[in-house]
Design a binder for this molecule. Structure first.
Ligand code: SF4
Length: 119
């Protein structure tokens, strides 16, 4: 069975990067959960690390077919860092959207993610 879903992953550079200190990442993801804007949310500490690759394999190796928004660093960098694992897994990259939320407040991050979800 193919699972059509829309997911939000927030990546926070181990939680130690000052770029994410102005926002409350839990408030960010809870906003999208509460308002049922996505089917699932994840906060990941470092998607570009080796265990991040393993996370993608675990998430995408099933029959997931849907949109995934990753809120974190520069979207072009995200594409470079995740593109090869998407290709390895046969995941359609057009269903991936990166959004830069660095140095944003909670409200600013929510707005940026909302825009990415509706793009
Ligand atoms: S993917 Fe981007 S936001 Fe996530 S840990 Fe790597 S550099 Fe930081």
């Amino acid at each position: 069975m193919i699972v059509h879903t829309k997911g939000l992953i927030v990546c926070v550079c181990q939680g130690t990067c000052p770029s994410f200190h102005k926002m409350n990442v839990f408030e960010v993801v809870n906003y999208f959960r509460r308002n049922k804007k996505v089917d699932f949310v994840v906060i990941h500490p470092q998607l570009c690390a080796t265990d991040g690759d393993n996370f993608w394999r675990a998430l995408l190796s099933g029959n997931l077919d849907g949109e995934i928004v990753v809120a974190g660093c520069d979207p072009a960098m995200q594409r470079k860092m995740f593109g090869w694992v998407f290709r390895e897994l046969g995941f359609d990259e057009s269903k991936f959207r990166g959004v830069d939320i660095r140095n944003m407040s909670t409200e600013e991050a929510i707005k940026a993610i909302e825009e990415a979800l509706s793009a």
